[in-house]
Design a protein around this ligand. Structure first.
Ligand code: CTP
Ligand code: MG
Length: 167
């Protein structure tokens, strides 16, 4: 039981921190550089859009890794594991935006499940590929608990003035 909780935290915390920190970063750094360099895709729409910045991408990876390093001092997870999860989180988040732009949706438009799970699934896939297997029960628990946690925390981020949309 304890080991399951440790495994859950080792996966969850870096992903959540990496996913949340760009929002804080966006408040701190006013002049951000778009991750897609402002480029358009062959459909004439932005590749990713202005919601994905280089600053946010890097901040997410750094803070997610830092959180993982901190936890590793207590025997929860490892720094390489946390870095892989953080990179996966930011890639998955960008992939979600890529899909949204291809669907013709503007920056900030909500897409249920894609918004809440693309980052987590990509992070777990990368972890599984580079670090090691993930307990199936843990993966399923994470997939179930992440959407409500994401929705609730985004609502609070909106109320606190950190985000311009409540999702
Ligand atoms: N953010 C950022 N860089 C990233 C990811 C997020 O700067 N790589 C910041 C942006 O200010 C963004 C906010 O965090 O607006 C919230 O992220 P998210 O909801 O993922 O982006 P959206 O603005 O909703 O854009 P999209 O429709 O592309 O998801
Ligand atoms: Mg959004």
């Amino acid at each position: 039981m304890t080991s399951l909780l440790i495994q859950l935290l080792a996966l969850m915390v870096p992903c959540y921190v990496a996913n949340a920190f760009p929002v804080v970063m966006a408040k701190l750094v006013k002049h951000r550089h778009p991750l897609d360099f402002g480029r358009k895709f062959i459909d004439g729409r932005r590749v990713l859009g202005d919601g994905k910045s280089i600053e946010g991408f890097i901040a997410g990876i750094l803070l997610g890794s830092l959180a993982g390093w901190f936890m590793s001092l207590w025997g929860i997870g490892s720094l390489p594991g946390a870095t892989v999860l953080s990179v996966g989180t930011m890639l998955g988040d960008a992939l979600g935006s890529f899909v949204k732009r291809r669907l013709g949706l503007e920056r900030g438009a909500p897409v249920p499940l894609l918004d809440q799970l693309a980052f987590l699934l990509t992070a777990m896939l990368l972890y599984w590929f580079f670090i090691g297997t993930i307990n199936l029960v843990i993966a399923v628990i994470l997939v179930i608990i992440t959407p409500p946690i994401h929705i609730i925390s985004n609502f609070f981020a909106y109320k606190l003035g950190l985000k311009s949309e409540p999702w």
